[in-house]
Design a protein around this ligand. Structure first.
Ligand code: SF4
Length: 508
């Protein structure tokens, strides 16, 4: 008889006595504080006095709600057909980008690094870049390589333009092989800056070489999602545009690359904006961006160089923001708003009415990217949820102003305070000194939620500890329904957890 294979996951494995002993011995070896001391400090971190000290901190960041620049640049590269993101720098950084995306999307992420080590840091990384370009173009046969940099390459001042020029002179790549590049130093900005810089670099590289008359305009419009980690948002937006019957081009569409089918054959590249579509996109009527804070440079470029009307919004979550989106599409295309969308809108308003008794008046804290937060705030105010603490590590003064104006437009926003440049450890303090009913954020927020013993609604990036959430849209009317469902059911789960007797009801 074959023995049943017993595999323990880490939840059960580390409850084995040998691991418990090991942890205890480790404490002795490290002369760790006593459990009582740890608990005492833990309690102190929940006080008003600690919060003051926490907010006075200037030279240390703890759990920022942002990622680094080249991570954003990699995502932008993945949005184009047969494009290989290439990061000039050390392998460790690139492993972080790949693993972050792989854990969130549960897909392999083809991205290469020039593997710079100590000698590169001392003598410069030109050889790494040239050899890297030669290797990756031979091995993975891309049609474009999108080069970004890590901190190391930026600190030593690697000059990408000169290095890529030298690679062409050495015959490693041909003169016309597209190698757009962006300097993406992570000691400034965030993943949004990197995404924006790389997208602009790709669009300018591909459109400026082409002999196309940008003054001649077609009926098409261009769509850019920004740093959007919901593949479901792409399908939803395409469905909306198809309902309109609009003629459109997606610029930077990684939704297939990061949601490829398991059909027995692994391909490096799936989908993406076709490279020859980019010069033609310069002839479109206009370009619509769904994230203003992650496409600043790109949209400025499009407006100036492609001479197009541009429209920028923030993540369209909720009725108001989706109405604005639908109206914008109608104005840009000259097409009427489809009846089906009007019906859909009505259904979502109905669903909001159904659920409002359980969400109305609930206090929430949230953290994330600026455009996502603006969408979430707008949605919360519509259903009577009261945003209280809003942390945007990568938000700027413009975002602060916009968020405050939005919050001031509703009585539900009056208790809110927006914090830019603050991190999740700041937010943790706020959860104890001014408690809320639930939090919205990425997986990184789960520690705060557990400490404060309140539920977490996972929306944002990254989401590592729940499956498939990125496949469900959070934008448009349908996405709004998903956000509402997620929030109300999380609150109901929590209510059931705490309910007993007749309060543990079958009808909610
Ligand atoms: S912050 Fe700099 S060193 Fe750290 S992973 Fe990003 S690029 Fe690498």
């Amino acid at each position: 008889m074959t023995k049943k294979l017993e595999l323990k996951d880490h939840n059960t494995l580390f409850k084995d006595q040998k691991y418990i002993d090991q942890a205890e011995n480790k404490k002795i070896f490290e002369t760790a504080c006593s459990t009582e001391e740890v608990e005492k400090i833990k309690d102190y971190t929940k006080t008003e006095e600690y919060k003051e000290k926490n907010f006075a901190r200037t030279d240390l960041v703890i759990n920022p709600a942002k990622a680094c620049q080249p991570l954003g640049a990699v995502l932008a590269g993945l949005g184009f057909e047969k494009t290989l993101p290439f990061v000039q720098g050390s392998q460790g950084c690139v492993s972080y980008f790949r693993s972050h995306f792989a854990r969130h999307f549960r897909e392999p992420v083809p991205t290469v690094s020039s593997s710079m080590t100590e000698d590169g840091a001392v003598f410069g990384g030109m050889r790494n870049l040239i050899d890297g370009l030669e290797n990756c173009t031979k091995m993975y046969k891309p049609e474009m390589v999108a080069v970004s940099t890590t901190c190391m390459a930026e600190v030593i001042g690697d000059d990408l333009q000169a290095f890529i020029g030298n690679a062409r002179s050495e015959g490693v790549i041909s003169e016309d092989f597209p190698v757009p590049f962006a300097h993406t130093p992570s000691f400034v900005g965030s993943h949004l800056t990197g995404y924006d810089s790389m997208l602009k670099a790709i669009l300018s590289n591909l459109s400026e070489k082409a002999t196309i008359d940008k003054e001649v305009k077609t009926e098409k419009i261009n769509i850019i999602h920004g740093f959007d980690t919901y593949t479901g948002n792409f399908s939803e937006m395409k469905r909306i545009l198809d309902l309109f019957g609009a003629d459109y081009t997606y610029l930077c569409d990684y939704s297939e690359n990061l949601d490829s089918p398991a059909d027995g054959e692994y391909k490096y590249y799936y989908g993406g904006t076709k490279l020859d579509e980019v010069p033609k996109a310069a002839q479109a009527q206009g370009t619509l961006s769904l994230q203003k804070y992650s496409t600043k440079k790109t949209m400025k470029y499009i407006e100036k160089k492609w001479k197009q009307s541009v429209s920028v919004s923030s993540t369209p979550i909720g009725i108001t923001k989706t109405d604005e989106l639908v109206k914008t599409i109608s104005e840009m295309t000259g097409l009427p708003i489809p009846e089906e969308l009007k019906l859909e809108r009505g259904r979502i308003v109905d669903a909001m009415t159904d659920s409002h008794t359980y969400v109305h008046g609930k206090r929430v804290a949230m953290a994330g990217d600026p455009d996502l937060l603006l969408g979430l705030i707008s949605f919360c105010l519509e259903v009577g949820i009261e945003p209280v603490h809003i942390v945007c590590t990568n938000g700027d003064k413009k975002f602060l102003e916009e968020a405050e104006t939005l919050l001031a437009s509703s009585p539900y926003g009056l208790d809110a305070k927006v914090y830019i440049g603050k991190d999740l450890w700041h937010l943790r303090s706020l959860l104890f000194t001014d408690p809320v009913d639930f939090v919205i954020g990425s997986t990184h927020m789960k520690f705060n939620a557990k400490d404060a013993d309140i539920p977490l609604v996972r929306i944002g990036f990254p989401i590592f500890d729940r499956h498939h959430m990125h496949r469900y849209p959070i934008i448009g009317y349908q996405g709004t329904l998903n956000v509402l469902t997620l929030i109300v059911n999380t609150l109901l789960d929590n209510m059931d957890k705490d309910a007993d007797g007749f309060n543990y009801d079958v009808v909610r």
